[in-house]
Design a protein around this ligand. Structure first.
Ligand code: GAL
Length: 448
């Protein structure tokens, strides 16, 4: 007898991508400038050549392997190359991409902003000033008009917390030509992103009243290294609030709260039709005098973790359940979508069990009646991983960057079986990651 953990009917099964990471030849944005200045391990180059047309074959792959949705992003710098000009041919291309997805049975979910900014915006210091707000709103309107025929679910901004912290605090991401840095400006950027989210939310709804609009939060559950030690607990709280809570607090109350202060943004209150969660792992936080840069709270993974290739991610599946529970308790009656989850693993040794175990935790969450509507695996195919370049391989499909060949990893077939079954079974686990079968389906060796 097979045991299957089934998901609700109509569950969304997909993968997620972002324009700069897959399109290639994106020469008109801040990331291109950052790459040229030598701040990244590699250059994005042709990426996955989606702009050259390979999105079609990748969507073919997604559809043939049972997926029913795809999350992708629009490259703002392509549709608005200069502040005074829309590139209608680029917009038409995005229309054909969205149409192409619909034709293949993939419901498109569109992200308007996924880390990359047009060069002209970068040159005027992007999200540091409120000058960005009317621009972002116009862009949102333009895209809503262009895509409303095919798209009704929107992510306004991807991971505003990562954008602000990786840029203005860690200096791994581009900020502005002057290289501004610091907590104060990071907070200003977050506040403007919230205002931008609110403006785009309203604009999208005005044009498309039935739209579902949210943003994607990079949510990191955290645990204190020594729960009995007050300083670890305090550091955990500071890190947790600092990294996770700016956007969520403003959506709940209209006040953006952070350990560094509060900003009133009443117009953002309540503006999300679904909670978009990007979940990758859980951090352990320890008080550490030497971690000045991290405000004395060192974040790390325990040494005995189930690590990814570059130790960038530890496989901690229950963190996904905890993330969903947090979302459900914070925003009652709001649908939840896992907008990203995945692991870097070129050899596909860890990914099958990472996938299986996370999906079983998601199934657990569904059985608590938490309103989870969909899951987007990061990612469909290896793509350009920002400052880490090509050193991290997150694709179900591998990519040979030189030849553009796609490599079918075993996880492609595991995910296909899950999508088709709308559930995950002990047989699938036995086939693709037998090492966790007993853990996931205990007692299966017992005779009936
Ligand atoms: C997320 C980001 C994605 C992707 C992923 C894996 O933070 O939204 O663009 O890079 O991490 O590193």
């Amino acid at each position: 007898m097979t045991i299957t953990n089934h998901f609700p009917r109509g569950f969304l099964w997909g993968t997620a991508t972002a324009s700069h990471q897959v399109e290639g030849n994106n020469t008109n944005n801040n990331w291109y400038a950052w790459e040229q200045a030598g701040h990244t391990r590699d250059k994005s180059g042709l990426a996955c050549d989606w702009w050259g047309g390979r999105w079609k074959e990748d969507m073919e792959r997604a559809a043939e392997t049972g997926q029913n949705t795809h999350r992708f992003s629009i490259e703002w710098s392509r549709v608005q190359p200069t502040p005074d000009r829309w590139d209608e041919s680029a917009i038409e291309k995005y229309r054909s991409m969205a149409r192409g997805m619909v034709e293949r049975g993939l419901t498109p979910l569109v992200t308007l902003h996924h880390f990359s900014d047009p060069l002209w915006l970068y040159e005027q210091c992007g999200w540091e000033t409120e000058a960005v707000l009317p621009c972002f709103e116009k862009y949102a309107r333009k895209m809503a008009e262009a895509l409303k025929e095919y798209v009704s679910t929107w992510v306004t901004i991807n991971e505003p917390n990562v954008y602000a912290l990786n840029g203005y605090v860690a200096a791994d991401f581009p900020t502005c030509p002057q290289g501004h840095k610091g907590m104060a400006v990071a907070l200003r950027v977050l506040a403007n992103m919230l205002r931008g989210h609110a403006a785009a939310y309203r604009a999208l709804h005005e044009i498309q009243p039935e739209a579902h609009v949210g943003y994607a939060l990079h949510y990191r559950p955290m645990v204190a290294a020594r729960p009995w030690f007050p300083l670890d607990a305090l550091m955990r709280k500071i890190q947790y609030d600092g990294i996770n809570m700016a956007f969520p607090s403003a959506i709940s109350s209209g006040v953006m709260k952070s350990p560094l202060g509060k900003v009133n943004i009443p117009e953002a209150k309540g503006l999300q039709d679904f909670v978009g969660l990007n979940y990758y792992s859980v951090d352990t936080v320890k008080f550490d005098w030497s971690a000045r840069k991290e405000l004395f709270g060192r974040r790390y993974y325990p040494a005995d973790s189930d690590f990814s290739t570059n130790k960038f991610i530890a496989n901690i599946p229950c963190g996904l359940f905890d993330s969903v529970r947090w979302a459900a308790e914070t925003y009652p009656d709001t649908p939840i979508v896992i907008t990203e989850n995945g692991v870097e693993d070129a050899d596909d040794k860890l990914r099958p069990r990472y996938l299986a175990q996370h999906l079983q935790q998601l199934w657990r969450a569904v059985n608590f009646n938490y309103p989870v509507k969909g899951y987007y695996h990061w990612s469909l195919v290896d793509n350009f991983e920002w400052e880490r370049g090509w050193s991290q391989r997150f694709g179900l499909w591998g990519l040979d960057v030189e030849t553009q060949a796609r490599i079918r990893r075993p996880s492609v077939d595991l995910y296909a079986e899950i999508c088709r079954e709308n559930g995950i079974s002990d047989e699938m686990v036995e086939k693709y990651c037998p090492e966790v079968r007993e853990k996931m389906f205990p007692g299966r060796n017992v005779a009936p």
